[in-house]
Unconditional design. Sequence first.
Length: 366
Amino acid sequence: MRGLATVPSYVVMQPTTLCNLDCAYCYLPFRAQDRRMPVQVAEAVAGSVHRWAASGRFSVVWHGGEPLAAGRAHLAALMAPFGPVEHHVQTNATLIDDAWCEFFVAHRMRVSVSVDGPRERNADRVTRSGRPAYDRIVRGVAALRRHGVPFSALAVVNDPSPGRATELYEYCLELGCEVLGVNIEETEGVNTRDNSHDAAAVTGFWAELVAAWRRDPRIHLREIEWSLRYAAAVLDGRADDLLPNQLDPIPTVAYDGSVVVLSPELAGFTDPRYGDFTSGNVLTTPLDAILADAARTPWVGEFVTGVEACRSSCPYFGFCGGGHAANRYFELGRFAATETEHCRNSKIRLLEGVLEHAREHQSPGA
């Protein structure tokens, strides 16, 4: 049975719970409240990060609520203890201006922007007063381009209908991003909207996305490239090499120093059976010590059992690796469950869509 690794590949840091938007599909429970991370929390995390970064590349990801809502001065103070590690930020882009672009350049920060395609596809992305956020998003992107700051795009798709994939990809080509990540909307956290879709529609969406990318592969397409690497490994007999021997703990450090492993989406929630899902707090215990003992967190053992059930029952396990803890919990109410709608939409039908495109474009006689 695979357990948790004690050394993560990256750490997720929540500089503030506040988000200036109120997106309909957001999972965050406290996004209307400005609870900012004290610098002491970042200093405590940095001690462990320094040890991990000494042996290779390591990333600190600033994520959720809206990290830029913490302000440049406070975010800089939080970043300072980490020294020369790779910093990433996931932002809604509405606060980006010339000063923020200069900040990104000075701190060599990698930027990912949340945008769902053309204006009409961003109806769920609104301000706290319910006003469309799209114009502010594209102004932020324009600032990034003006300053030559490279960026990725992350899009949420809640309608995988014919034509949607082509529209999204062509939009992102014009947007100027270097990488596109695509998330089929998920039921998790405070977002309780149904995420079930017709299987053929989702498979067709992914097949269409492959076709659009192959016509003009100027940007990296995260999910499609994952799929192609897996297919190549299967053909070369190396598929088992793609899955790590242990699960990446993906520690998320909340604003108050509490640590949730495996799924950032669980932070801030409680359950009568599992408590608050945390495995410790960096203000009282070093992060590396928390991870060394995280497997004892009650729900984590249940999740690992579910992963093993997936391994023994699902033909897609080599590609999926057992899914995500938050999807199991928020969709099915328990961690030992197996297949979720997220698995179907973003793993199974993704791979089937890539294979469908390959079959349709197979050379005659091949």
